[in-house]
Design a protein around this ligand. Sequence first.
Ligand code: FAD
Length: 249
Amino acid sequence: MITTYHRPTTLPEALALLTRPDTLALGGGTLINTPAFKNRDFSVVDLQALGLGKIQTRNSLLEIGATVTLEQLRTCPDIPSALQQAIRQEASLNIRNSATVAGTIVGRDGRSPFLTALLALDAKLTLENGETASNLGLGEYLALRPHGLITLISLPLQVKFAYEQVARTPADLPIVCAALAQWNSGRTRLALGGTGTTPLLAMDGTEPGGVAAAARNAFHEANDEWASAAYRMDVAATLASRCLENLPG
Ligand SMILES: Cc1cc2nc3c(=O)[nH]c(=O)nc-3n(C[C@H](O)[C@H](O)[C@H](O)COP(=O)(O)OP(=O)(O)OC[C@H]3O[C@@H](n4cnc5c(N)ncnc54)[C@H](O)[C@@H]3O)c2cc1C
């Protein structure tokens, strides 16, 4: 349970507090307040007074502060409609109103529509660690889970983007989802979700005709209690092709 609550107003103060043992950043608190966190004592550093709740455009990038909520991002007019859909699939309205973008990146797994979408869009994170700030891609972050406070998430604005999913019900988390981003240069990135600890990057290249084969290959071992790998390979190939067809003109 939470034993101490801090609400710093400057980033250096927050970073100093986060070096203390058993101290966690507090975003929307929707994960920290679940039973999974009840069996240990820890302090929290609430990020809400740090001024990290803004969304702005800079040099054809959308810069999203760490404490922007999922619903604030979903209703931002600058994001593609398919990204709005992926955010809607992520959680109910009540959770979207509390959960932050950074907390979701840290807390969610391979079934996350939002993480899958961000991976396809090649989102970049700014990670603060005491004296140093580093920029890294979401794929690298998910692979390494480095220690540090996420302060900013950047997305490219001038890309075409599509998202498709199959789930048990329209509002459920996906069993398979596909997100496809295409740059003016022809660069095409396909990410798949619906299983595992993180979404998978299935393709990053300039041959969009290969998306179905790439999707099939990426899910070769995607067996779990929800679906077999054979099922996922077929569905992922279909969804990837559908994403390519549905890219905005
Ligand atoms: C009813 C309900 C259902 C849910 N269902 C699911 C589910 O099906 N699957 C699932 O995975 N989750 C689920 N969650 C968990 C939760 O909604 C998400 O993980 C959420 O998006 C977390 O965002 P948050 O801002 O609330 O994070 P918080 O709870 O505030 O924090 C989550 C984690 O991220 C860290 N963190 C927060 N901000 C930062 C930052 N800026 N930099 C570095 N670390 C940071 C925290 O220290 C903590 O470890 C559910 C929650 C609720 C209440």
